[in-house]
Design a protein around this ligand. Structure first.
Ligand SMILES: NC(=O)c1ccc[n+]([C@@H]2O[C@H](COP(=O)([O-])OP(=O)(O)OC[C@H]3O[C@@H](n4cnc5c(N)ncnc54)[C@H](O)[C@@H]3O)[C@@H](O)[C@H]2O)c1
Length: 311
């Protein structure tokens, strides 16, 4: 399958391309960027490493890659400043994003193409993409809280000196201030997190607060997130390419899950070759469900303004 990354010259897009290269599942990866020279340079660099990994073909360029793409990943955007909330980015990013959507539509994407939105504010822009592209809504997905989820697991594992790959704890809701930690289902090696050696309830608030602030922490330390978001993007793209039906916390327009409608946010979502296969309303603690509903309401408020702006 062919994956095109719009914004592939940037930190997130190029890290995603490298993560995909290490996985070796895509047949072709195209990097599109207004800075075409940079995209071509990254593609060449990736191509040079190819013989030691897989037969994936790399290209840099523009929208001529869209009609042959099975997955279109949009990472183009302006970075968040250290003291800026994701939602504050919206006015700076929406116009740029709508322009990109126009170009994608004009290029003629496959009717089966899956669009994976990464640019922030990701939940808002996922809704805008689903609204503007004219593709079935289940084919338009946002990275949502997949990155927050792996960040959360990594911090819990570090704190408890537990194996990171066996630490499972979800973040749902908005990729932003109102994200919701799901402690009710957290486990390590299949065992309840709250029974794991070293756990005490006072850790929960510090771990979640650091998770929620991780984007800002990475921005202030190194300018922007790259490696982990690249891996999170690969998690989603692999599920689509392999049709794994994995349940991932990705964002899509909700239609009643946990009582939430007409906003895009993350709930447990079954992901496969045709995009969102289903969303799962599993029993959570009442305060977790309440958090999700509040997340939806916060996003709806922003969407009202944004949809007025973009028409
Ligand atoms: N959803 C998430 O979990 C998550 C995590 C990290 C970053 N992000 C978001 O990803 C986006 C990119 O971040 P970054 O650090 O890679 O920024 P970056 O500045 O390194 O890269 C952005 C790239 O987009 C390109 N670009 C700008 N306008 C374009 C256009 N009209 N068409 C094509 N390309 C265009 C730029 O030339 C640049 O190469 C930001 O919106 C950021 O907030 C999302």
């Amino acid at each position: 399958m062919k994956v095109s990354i719009i914004g592939g010259g940037g930190l997130v897009g190029s890290c995603a391309a490298y993560a995909l290269q290490c996985g070796g599942l895509a047949n072709e990866v195209a990097l599109l960027d207004v800075n075409e020279e940079l995209a071509v340079g990254h593609a060449l660099d990736l191509q040079h490493g190819g013989p030691s990994v897989s037969n994936t073909v790399y290209a840099g360029g523009g929208y001529e890659h869209i009609p042959t793409s099975d997955i279109i990943c949009i990472t183009a955007g302006l970075r968040r400043k250290p003291d800026e909330s994701r939602l504050d980015l919206i006015n700076r990013n929406t116009d740029l994003f709508v322009d990109i959507l126009k170009n994608v539509k004009a290029a003629g994407p496959k009717s089966t193409a899956i669009v994976l939105v990464v640019s922030n504010p990701v939940d808002i822009l996922t809704y805008v993409a689903a609204d503007k592209l004219g593709l079935p809504p289940q084919q338009v997905i946002g990275l949502g809280t997949q990155l927050d989820t792996i960040r959360f697991c990594s911090l819990i594992a570090q704190e408890l000196k537990a194996p990171a790959s066996q630490t499972k704890a979800l973040i749902l809701g908005e990729h932003g201030e109102s994200m919701v930690p799901i402690w009710s289902s957290a486990t390590i090696a299949g065992l309840p997190l709250d029974k794991y050696p070293g756990w005490n309830p006072s850790l929960s608030s510090a771990l979640f607060t650091r998770t929620r602030g991780s984007g800002a922490e990475v921005i202030s330390r190194k300018g922007g997130a790259g490696f982990a978001v690249g891996i999170a993007i690969r998690d989603c793209i692999d599920a689509i390419i392999l049709d794994t039906q994995s349940v991932l916390p990705v964002s899509s327009i909700q239609n009643g899950c946990y009582g939430i409608r007409d906003v895009a946010l993350s709930v447990p979502t079954v992901l496969g070759r045709t995009g969102v296969q289903a969303t799962m309303e599993i029993d959570l603690w009442p305060k977790e469900v309440q958090g999700l509903v509040q997340s939806g309401a916060a996003l709806r408020k922003t969407l009202d303004t944004v949809m007025q702006r973009v028409g």
